[in-house]
Design a protein around this ligand. Structure first.
Ligand code: GDG
Length: 755
């Protein structure tokens, strides 16, 4: 039975015996000064909206800045903060006012924010605000170190705290540190514009896990690593020395029931809604909800709306745009200027386009209650998200959550992260005023069936990819990243020196040579059947296997039938198929099995899922083996392929959690197979046939070979082909380099025969 996502989040936490410490610039609570002293307000904004329900249900501590400093009523303030810690497990970090200003209004919001949102022209920088940014991160670091206990998972949020992961790593070398970036990561053209860019990247790389909203942002981060630090990375991993840092794209979701519960049973929501229905009867309502920020495209929206009203006079008195614009970062000039400009435009539009019966634009420049917001979502015929750039945009998802019947249209900027997973919305380029206006017109006129179809598909997806699933995936990935770090941290493979190993080979009398095939003896081919062994390889294997002092084993993930066809004629060689599930020893004529009976009914459940992925990306296909199923995507678009492979593995992981099956990623494949079918298991059988070897050699290039390397003792020559973290003691650059080593073995065998 599938577990409820909430219990799974708690399960992730309890399975590591760990508490989660969330660290973000702002707490979900804000201090406000009133006439009677300090009071508590709930913060709005994306991060708080997302994390609040997650922590309330899953448990954990939250560290952040509470706002409201100064000398006033210090005792009252302390009392409230103590209450927060006690009742809500929210722990305040106090920043001296000067640091807070330089950090928040300076480097974070006038340097990082514009650059990360593709507005380098808005960038302002001074060295003092950078100093304040460092200092603020240092103060946060101190606060985390003080709360930290062994096994805690530290989850750092967003662009305010990009130096924190490395600062924490310096103080708590073994801690599990994850970082999530809520905003976009800019392209490698724009990122280098950033003053102090190297320090920021190095700060981030202190984490075990770095996660982004979209696959695109992750790719741009990798490009920045390469361009700014010259660091190469894999799609999912970058090595900092011998420490791997895992990279993930994890699009954030919402807690749908926070909206649907209000819709179903809240009286204020129902009353407000009824009142608005009456007020706007006979008119279509278009809704926009934004923090008042230049990245949200408010001005562009107002211009496009004016364009629409001018170009479609039939809409006169038939449509209303309700724009909620929550004040934000008012201490920064750019935001003040934006506010002035929006006020001016609103006045001008209503003045010029309105009539005595009709105000075309309802402008609300304050935060409204959640109950009202939900009423508006329910009311709106169209929700218009026009971000010029946005990490995700939760408003889009909240609106969709409030449309279970499908009676609404989402118009969504293609530059919001949400567009990557909300393709059924009507997508717009918000910079194109005319076409945006035309899309709004289309949204208003969309026929019933199309509207319902689009919205209901979106609705189900938003419900499924919710914030709990996101949190669970993040913590799961962090936990995994930490366990990988444990495996690789002490391993510093050396480059294999051919003459050294040749001499060791020549001296030995009882040798065992274990060789992987694809990627090790031959390069990868587009389709598995195209990677047939060239004569040169067959000769080489023949030569090595015919040497009486050698026990040679070819270990592959390929099927027994396939390996028999290609290698059956080589005498004296072990052949191991399907990662160890079946094997044929030189002394026995038939194939033997690691397990006598193996259930295969699971294939009928997993196959349709893999087929669905085949449908999603041209060029991919499924290979069925006796014990396993493999989804191949070597011929598919590489970027999208990697992205889908991630999605597939995480989906299968959850599905197979309590079975003996595992999904793993290999070179351009995702394979599902029984966990016991691995190269490490079959090794025991092989070694039993050759007691006390004095030269043990194993070579391979992918994850399945790591099982083997792990089982072999330190005296073995374990060789990994290609870059990347490995348990092997040695590395060679590619399959050709390995082939040269094997040729040296074969030659030295010949020499010893002739001498
Ligand atoms: C950052 C990233 C990313 C808005 N007005 C009111 C109100 N809100 C709530 C919305 C929504 C949240 O604020 C806004 O979230 P967004 O995602 O749209 O935008 P950011 O604040 O910029 O958030 C963003 C997000 O982090 C999460 O990762 O999606 O890309 O920029 O929840 O409902 N809530 C109430 N009254 C309002 O007037 N109660």
């Amino acid at each position: 039975m599938a577990l409820h996502p909430l219990s799974r989040l708690s399960a992730v936490q309890s399975s590591v015996g760990a508490r989660v410490i969330v660290v973000s610039n702002r707490l979900p609570l804000t201090l406000r000064k009133t006439e009677d002293g300090w009071s508590t307000e709930r913060s709005s904004g994306g991060l708080a909206s997302a994390m609040n329900p997650l922590l309330r249900k899953g448990g954990g501590d939250w560290i952040g800045w509470p706002g409201g400093g100064g000398e006033d009523d210090v005792q009252g303030r302390m009392a409230i903060l103590a209450q927060w810690a006690e009742d809500e497990r929210c722990f305040a970090v106090d920043l001296p006012e000067k640091v807070a200003t330089g950090f928040y209004e300076g480097y974070a919001n006038q340097t990082l924010w514009p650059v990360f949102h593709n507005f380098p022209s808005q960038l302002k920088f001074d060295a003092k605000s950078w100093e304040a940014y460092i200092e603020a991160n240092r103060i946060f670091c101190e606060a985390v170190v003080n709360r930290y206990g062994p096994n805690d998972l530290i989850w750092v949020h967003d662009y305010h705290l990009m130096l924190l992961p490395q600062m924490l790593r310096d103080r708590l070398p073994d801690a599990a540190i994850g970082f999530f970036l809520h905003i976009p990561f800019p392209s490698s053209e724009i990122f280098p514009v950033l003053p102090r860019r190297e320090e920021l990247l190095e700060g981030l790389l202190g984490a075990d896990l770095l996660a982004f909203q979209t696959h695109g942002h992750l790719q741009q981060f990798r490009a920045a690593l390469l361009r700014v630090l010259g660091m190469e990375s894999k799609i999912q991993q970058v090595a900092v020395g011998s420490r791997p840092v895992r990279l993930e794209a994890l699009p954030i979701g919402i807690a749908p029931e926070e909206y649907t519960d209000l819709l179903k049973s809240d009286k204020t929501t129902a009353d407000q809604y009824a009142e608005w229905v009456a007020r706007y009867s006979g008119r279509k309502v278009v809704l926009a909800v934004d923090r008042l920020d230049y990245t949200k495209g408010v001005i562009e929206r107002l211009r496009a709306y004016a364009h629409l009203l001018r170009s479609s006079p039939e809409l006169k008195e038939k449509v209303v745009l309700i724009q909620i614009a929550v004040p934000s970062r008012e201490g920064i000039d750019t935001y003040q200027e934006l506010r002035t400009e929006v006020n001016r435009l609103v006045g001008e539009m209503n003045g010029k386009l309105g009539t005595p019966e009709w105000t075309p634009l309802v402008y609300i420049n304050r935060s409204i209650e959640r109950t009202e917001l939900v009423g508006l979502y329910k009311l709106a015929d169209v929700c218009w998200v026009g971000s010029l750039r946005d990490g995700m945009n939760l408003v889009a998802k909240e609106y969709v959550a409030c449309k279970p019947e499908g009676d609404g249209v989402l118009v969504l900027s293609e530059f919001a992260g949400a567009a990557a997973e909300m393709g059924e919305a009507l997508l717009i380029n918000p910079f194109d005023e005319e076409r945006t206006a035309a899309t709004i017109e289309r949204a208003l006129a969309l026929d019933d069936q199309e509207r319902r179809q689009r919205m209901q598909t979106l609705h189900h997806r938003v419900l499924r990819n919710n914030v709990f699933r996101w949190g669970e995936r993040f913590l799961g990935a962090l936990q995994e990243a930490v366990s990988e770090r444990g495996r690789y941290i002490d391993t510093q493979p050396q480059r294999l020196r051919p003459t050294e190993i040749r001499d060791a080979y020549a001296r030995a009398k009882r040798r065992v040579l274990i060789l992987d095939y694809d990627g090790t003896l031959v390069p990868f081919a587009k389709r598995p059947q195209q990677a047939a062994p060239p004569t040169r390889i067959l000769d080489l294997l023949n030569a090595l296997a015919s040497e009486p002092q050698n026990c040679v084993a070819l270990m592959s993930g390929r099927s027994a039938e396939n390996l028999d066809r290609w290698f059956g004629m080589i005498r004296g060689m072990w052949i191991v198929a399907e990662h160890g599930a079946e094997f044929k020893s030189p002394s026995a004529p038939a194939w033997e099995y690691l397990r006598p009976q193996v259930p295969t009914e699971w294939k009928s459940t997993v196959m349709p899922i893999l087929e669905h992925f085949v449908d999603r990306i041209p060029g991919s296909f499924v290979e069925e083996k006796k014990y396993g199923l493999v989804w191949h995507y070597r011929m598919a678009d590489p970027e999208f392929g990697e992205w889908l492979a991630n999605e597939l593995v995480s989906m299968l992981e959850a599905m197979l959690a309590e079975t003996e099956l595992r999904a793993f990623r290999g070179e351009k494949i995702v394979e599902v197979k029984p966990v016991w079918a691995n190269k490490g298991e079959v090794l025991e059988r092989l070694l039993a046939s050759r007691s006390d070897p004095d030269f043990l050699f194993a070579a391979g290039d992918d994850r399945t070979d790591e099982d083997l390397f792990e089982r072999l003792q330190s005296g073995a020559w374990t060789v990994h082909i290609g870059p990347g973290p490995t348990r092997a003691s040695y590395v060679v650059a590619n399959f050709e380099a390995l082939r040269r080593v094997l040729e040296l073995f074969a030659e030295s065998g010949n020499l010893s025969k002739t001498s």
